[in-house]
Write a protein that binds this ligand. Structure first.
Ligand code: NAD
Length: 295
């Protein structure tokens, strides 16, 4: 299987690396020549332009780009990937973008004779490196069946979410809940400690009671509760506040188009927005608890 891979950043780089390890023939391109060189050292064919990547006629084309503007910019238009690739090619966009844009690109791809899946991921950079990502896939079951062995080289859980765009729907719904639940845990932890409880004891009660969730158990925002959580190392590493903010923006934008109220999602977005504006955008999103802690 010859795979073309576009976008070798924090996520795409290790994902492409795992495809090589699984024995796939891989051609790569990124705007960063250093990122391309790193993959070439591992055995990928380096392309010096997007044009070279697409005219190399891969069987499967994968992209991992920052946002919808980049995805649309690359795929659409007369000189875009959709028009330039050999038809039919199976296109897999793993970027996190809004469902509306994912459907627009998939429709353009299908009208041009290609097949397309949206396959956003969760699991972060550590999951990308370990090859244990979760893929949320939108598109036809037949196309997913063809993509399955390729996705399995990069991930552990691969779930079909329905038609095109539904992978992105699953991703934005999950991450909106994550953003909200983190604020809820921060508020509860700060209240309990302020009323006199020990933070570790409170966390252990929550984690064996009905308030338990990923934000309380795996990434508790209160300092010194969990040894390996970002809260215990100045909120460095982890999932950045600005990345959470991007995902909440996608959720509220999609909700607006669907005329679907997301009261808590919108409130969470505003809280992370204000927090980012105070210079905290690169801190793990659990640092939102700083809004609550007394000095
Ligand atoms: P990143 O910024 O590290 O990487 C993006 C890469 O795309 C960069 O190397 C950039 O040079 C390249 N790029 C941009 N435009 C390009 C173009 N026109 N042609 C070629 N290359 C181009 O981002 P990332 O952290 O790898 O995230 C990628 C996607 O994955 C985003 O949509 C993000 O929301 C999502 N995501 C990230 C994480 C995470 O923890 N970082 C987790 C889950 C999902």
């Amino acid at each position: 299987m010859h795979i073309g891979f576009l976008g070798l950043g924090n996520m795409g780089g290790p994902m492409a690396s795992n495809l090589l390890k699984a024995g796939h023939q891989l051609s790569v391109f990124d705007l960063s020549s250093q990122a391309v060189a790193e993959l070439a050292e591992q055995g990928a064919q380096a392309c010096d332009s997007l044009q070279t990547l697409v005219t190399g006629a891969p069987d499967i084309f994968i992209s991992m780009l920052p946002a919808a503007a980049h995805v649309k910019g690359v795929y659409l238009g007369d000189d875009g990937v959709i028009q330039q690739l050999r038809k039919p090619t199976l296109l897999i966009d793993c970027s996190t973008i809004d469902p509306h844009s994912a459907r627009e690109v998939a429709q353009a791809a299908q009208e041009a004779g290609h097949r397309m899946l949206d396959a956003p991921v969760s699991g972060g950079t550590s999951g990308a490196q370990a090859g244990t990502l979760t893929f949320m896939v939108g598109g036809s079951p037949e196309d997913l069946a063809q993509a399955q062995p390729v996705l399995e080289a990069m991930g552990k859980n691969i779930t079909h979410c329905g038609d095109n765009g539904n992978g992105q729907v699953a991703k934005v719904a999950n991450n909106m809940l994550l953003g909200i639940s983190m604020i809820g845990v921060a508020e509860a932890m700060a209240l309990g400690v302020s009323l006199g409880m020990d933070a570790k004891v409170l966390a252990s009660i929550i984690n064996t009671s009905s308030g338990r969730c990923w934000s309380s158990e795996i990434n508790n925002p209160y300092p010194e509760v969990l040894e390996h959580a970002p809260a215990n190392r100045g909120y460095s590493g982890g999932f950045g506040t600005d990345l959470m903010l991007k995902d909440l923006g996608l959720a509220t934008e999609a909700a607006g188009l669907a005329k679907q109220p997301v009261m808590l999602g919108a409130a969470a977005q505003q809280l992370y927005q204000a927090f980012s504006l105070q210079g905290n955008g690169t801190l793990d999103f659990s640092a939102i608890i700083k809004l609550y802690l007394k000095e």
